[in-house]
Design a protein around this ligand. Structure first.
Ligand code: PLP
Length: 251
């Protein structure tokens, strides 16, 4: 189902999904063709600004499912409410409990026979990963330090283009005087800049830059443009009390 959401950072209903007013006609066609329909699904857009679209979509789907069931167009016992739950990059977002309260209230009004599925993506894996890049070189240009990293907009930071995210970055080296700095990726392209006007300590080759909340829509859209390899993905499993282990993933 399509529920346009200009308030979301990524409006996923622009390209796919059936308009609510076309649903019954489509379900009638499915019945005619012998295609069993279990229910409806929607995704109101990623990094949603607020839960109002989720609530609207649940209410509209509930009405349509009741009508479709009455016409015996399918079982219509499943509702997939997609993802969209926002996480913090640079800016504060609503706490997940508060964000979901109106969604839970809308779901509570559904008939008990309806099975609800959700597909949270970013909320689960976004904060679970950090990006670690190292300084490969530096230059002073127009009074600013430029640091050229081994990762950039064509790599893990591709989400800054495709996902419109701005990852909070910091230098692992802290303390001392800071200077206006630019963090740039390694490729030849001038758009390959991660951040400008950042106040950073003076860095040298080998120093590390850490990007936060980089577990969603980052590595997936990275390329190897200019033959710079994609970042190596490692998992760090740490239980309370143990020293942790680093396991490279097989890709
Ligand atoms: C079909 C589908 N489900 C779930 C998700 C996860 O969405 P989010 O990361 O906004 O929670 C996406 C993201 O593109 C998607 O296309």
């Amino acid at each position: 189902m399509s529920f346009r959401s200009p308030g979301a950072v990524v409006d996923l209903s622009r390209k796919f999904g059936c308009d609510p007013e076309d649903l019954l006609e489509l379900a009638r066609l499915a019945r005619k063709l012998g295609i069993p329909v279990r229910g409806l699904s929607f995704h109101v857009g990623s990094q949603a600004a607020d839960p109002s679209k989720h609530v609207e979509a649940i209410e509209v789907c509930a009405k349509l499912m009741a009508k479709a069931r009455k016409e015996k167009l399918g079982t219509f016992d499943t509702l997939d409410i997609g993802g969209g739950y926002p996480i913090e990059y640079g800016q504060k977002v609503a706490d997940i409990g508060r964000f979901c309260a109106p969604i839970r209230a809308a779901l509570a009004k559904l008939p008990a026979r309806i099975r609800v599925i959700a597909e949270p993506g970013r909320y689960i894996c976004g904060p679970a990963a950090i990006g670690v890049a190292s300084v490969m070189g530096r230059a002073k240009r127009e009074g600013h330090w430029w640091y050229y990293l081994d990762d950039g907009l064509y790599g893990s930071y591709s989400g800054q283009l495709f996902d419109h995210a701005k990852y909070p970055v910091e230098s692992l080296k802290q303390g001392g005087e800071t200077f206006p700095s630019v963090l740039a990726g390694p490729t030849c392209d001038s758009i390959d800049v991660i951040g400008e006007n950042l106040m950073l300590p003076q860095l040298k080759a080998g120093d590390l830059i850490v990007g936060r909340a980089m577990g969603a829509y980052t590595w997936a859209s990275a390329s190897e443009f200019n033959f710079f390899p994609k970042a190596t993905v490692v998992t760090v499993n740490r239980k309370p009390g143990d020293r942790g282990s680093v396991v490279p993933l097989p890709f």
